[in-house]
Structure formats: C-alpha cells, structure tokens
Design a protein around this ligand. Structure first.
Ligand SMILES: Cc1ncc(COP(=O)(O)O)c(C=O)c1O
Length: 445
C-alpha cells in the first residue's frame, strides 16, 4: 500500500470533501526548504500560500529550527498557571515594543481560533464586570472569518463554513463589509472616503447599546477572497466603537508579522484596538501558538480579591509553551537582524509589477489586488459586469489541480487565486511561481 493509500484509510483531512481525494489523493511531503516543498518522489512544489499563511520565513529555516532544538534540551513544557519561564517573559517584552500602543497584557493559547474565543470571552466579561451587563452581543463584518470553533464561527459570516451550524451559534450582528472591487457607491480605491461605512453607523445606532465588542480582520478579509479595504475604515470604526462603548477586537492572525507590509495591519491606521489576536506568523509557522493581547483597562476589570469571582477562568494545556516561545523569539530576532520588511517591500513591488504585466489583460482576470506580499487575482466570467464564475464550476479548484501538476501549491479561495509567500521569497522564485501559475491558468481558462 502506498503512503497516500495508508493516509486515506485513517486520516480525515481538514476543510476537505474527502471524496475529492479519489481523483486527487493526498500529496505526501517528505521535506521542505525555503519556499519549496518536496514530495516522496522528489517532486518540487513552490509553497506560494505559506502553508495556510503561517510559514513566514520559509520551510526549515535553520535559525528557527536551531532555537527550538536548544529549547528542547532545556524545557519542553511547563504548566503556565502560577509558573512561568524566561522565553515567555522576553517574548512579551519584545512584542510590547512592536504592537499598537496601549496593548500590554498577553494571554497565551495554542491556535488562532482559540485566541479569538479568548478575546470574545474577555470582552464579554470585561463589559459585565464594568457594569455594562446589557452589552452581550458581538458585531462583525459580513464575509468575516475568525476560525472554526463555535464562538469564532459565530463572529465569522461566511456561509461556506458556518451555515450548517447556525442553530448552534451565537446571534451576532454582521455589518455589510466594504467590497472595494464591487463598490456599491461606484468609487475607486483611490477616491474612496468609505461611503460604505454608513452600514456600520446604522448597525451601531440599532445595536451599539447592547453590543459588547466588534471584531475585524484589519484591512484584509483573507478567507473572503483577500478582500482589501482602506485604513480609513478602521479609523472611523475606532471612533464609532468609542462612542458606543463597544470594544474593538483586531484579529491580526493572518495579517500580523509583516504580511501586509507593516508589522501589523493596524499600523496603517495609526490607532490601537482594545484587544488583538496573534497567531500564524508568530512562530514563523513552526509551532501552534497564539496570543490575545489586551489593554490595562481590560485587565484591571478582572483584578480583584479572589472571593469577588472576577478572575478570567480560561486556560489551555499548552498556554505559553516554551518551544513555541523559542520559535517566536527566533522569528523576532530574524526581523531585527535581516531587515525583513524592507526586503519584503521590494519583493512586493516586483510581484505587483510582474503579475500586472502577466495577467492584467487576461479576459477572465477581474482585479489584481495586493497589500504587502499578499497578491490576489480575482477570476470572473465577465470582466465588464464583474460577474464571477458559478461556484459549481469550481474554477479555483481546477486551477489548483493543474498548478500542482506544474509544481505550484496555489490553494484558491473560491474564484480567487492568490500568492501569500514567505517574506524571504526571491525574485527568481517569484518568476518561477508566475510561470507555473500561467501554465495552470491557461490550461483551465
Ligand atoms: C483572520 C483569521 N482568524 C482566525 C483564524 C483561525 O486560526 P486557526 O486556523 O489557527 O484556528 C484564521 C485562520 O486562517 C484567520 O485567517
């Protein structure tokens, strides 16, 4: 029996219709190096999606690997209630200098969804313990994605993931999200003043008094198809949240750590959220770790004599795992020593130019949009009307399958194909990825 056959006997893969594996069996990866993955037959794949957006500096980066190996011989794990270790302390001290001002208290979990759950519970309990007991509901953007656990799914608004579970979910308020490609106000990206923000204003008028927090993916709605909206929207949202006493939660799980060109997407808006969720790039994609960071004001609402029952009784076995912290510290060291954001900025300019030269005139390319090194190509059936392909054609998936044949891991989001590579990718690697992408697109379209 092959490894793929043995896999299919027992493994239920994430986010997959397992029947699809009849025609596209799992690819068994043997090793990785930089942007490349190699299967057991020695075939090479360019990982242009950073293995679900977490692999920040390439596979098998020796600096991160070595830091984990050193930590492994010292301490693999320790209970994090009443115990601590130097790695976690130093990591928080270093992150404090990078994250938006005012965020000071770090609560560790072990994946992105868990960081979101933690943020939601924190916000709810903060309001309750601050005398705002009616503030119980959450607000989010339409087409938002914040993870797959029940709370995170409730503040997500993508039917693809949430529909079947609706009876289990919290009753949240979804505000119509900006859609800059299909702007309902006929604006272009360069002349917009966020006219669509009126949806948020109306929603807050109705629900602001009972809302406890609003959660957003800042500037980039990733799973919705890499939809990009302007920093002005966040600035306006900050003011609106302040007016109604609604906490603003920034889900920087996908956007954090340089993905958008700045360290955090919120940096573009020059404002701070009340709570911030971090994961993915935090450990360079090496180990599952996440952090929910809050302000002193929120923290202080939980700080009291034990008998008052105000503590945040929330925990995960692997909170603050020392191996994860070692990886995260190595990531921060690379950021400091290798001028990563400057280098990634140059690659981003190059990638934008080359994608536009290659695809802008294609009759089925509706928009090429980008922020940082993240570049998305929205495929449409009709360029003039911006009409998308019917979802049952699975156009993105057809291109994904052809791209694999050509050695490119180009996992789509519906009709959107995208590049979200390692921040260390070179121009040569970009060229090769585009070449393989062109072959796949041409074969399908
Ligand atoms: C914005 C955002 N939030 C939360 C999550 C959930 O993270 P995880 O898959 O680690 O649970 C993701 C994952 O893609 C994400 O993109």
């Amino acid at each position: 029996m092959t490894l793929a056959q043995r896999d299919l006997k027992h493994i239920w893969h994430p986010c997959s219709q397992m029947k699809d594996y009849e025609t596209l069996p799992p690819i068994v990866i043997d090793h990785g190096s930089g942007v490349f993955l190699y299967d057991t037959d020695g075939k090479e794949y360019i990982d242009i999606v950073s293995s679900w957006w977490c692999n920040l500096f390439g596979h098998c980066n020796p600096k991160i690997g070595d830091a984990i190996k050193v930590q492994l011989d010292q301490l693999e794990h320790v209970i994090f209630a009443n115990f601590t270790h130097e790695g976690a302390i130093t990591l928080c001290e270093q992150l404090l200098d990078l994250i938006p001002a005012g965020l000071t208290k770090f609560n560790f979990s072990d994946n992105g969804s868990a960081a979101v759950e933690c943020a939601l519970k924190m916000a709810f309990q903060y309001q309750y313990q601050s005398g705002h007991k009616k503030k119980t509901r959450f607000m989010c953007l339409s087409d938002a994605y914040h993870g797959e656990t029940i709370g995170a799914l409730s503040v997500g608004a993508m039917d693809l993931y949430a529909n079947i579970y609706k009876p289990m979910l919290m009753d949240t308020i979804a505000v119509n999200a900006p859609d800059c490609y299909r702007c309902a106000y006929g604006k272009q990206r360069d002349n917009c003043t966020c006219e669509c923000f009126n949806h948020a204003e109306t929603a807050f008028e109705h629900y602001g008094d009972t809302a406890c927090a609003m959660i957003v993916e800042p500037l980039l709605q990733g799973s919705a198809g890499m939809r990009i909206y302007p920093p002005l929207y966040l600035k306006k949202l900050r003011k609106l949240c302040d007016h109604y006493g609604v906490l603003l939660i920034a889900d920087e799980i996908a956007t954090g750590f340089g993905r958008t060109g700045k360290m955090f997407a919120f940096d573009y808006a020059g404002i701070s959220p009340d709570i911030m969720c971090l994961s993915k790039g935090l450990t360079g994609g090496y180990l599952p770790m996440s952090i929910t960071v809050a302000t002193d004001e929120i923290y202080n609402a939980f700080y009291a004599d034990y008998k008052e029952g105000k503590a945040f009784m929330h925990s995960h076995t692997y909170s603050g795992n020392p191996l994860g912290c070692a990886a995260a510290l190595a990531v921060q060291k690379i950021f400091r020593e290798e001028d990563v954001l400057v280098r990634a900025g140059k690659r981003s300019t190059y990638l934008s130019k080359r994608l536009k030269e290659t695809f802008a005139d294609h009759p089925n390319v509706g928009e090429i949009r980008s922020i940082g090194l993240i570049h998305a190509i929205e495929l449409v059936a009709d360029k003039q009307s911006k009409r998308g392909f019917a979802s049952d054609l699975r156009m993105g998936y057809q291109i994904y399958k052809r791209a694999l044949v050509h050695g490119l891991l180009l996992r789509p989001l519906g009709n959107v194909i995208y590049f979200n590579p390692s921040l260390m990718i070179t121009e040569e690697e970009i060229e090769e990825a585009i070449r393989r992408c062109v072959l796949a697109v041409e074969e399908v379209l």
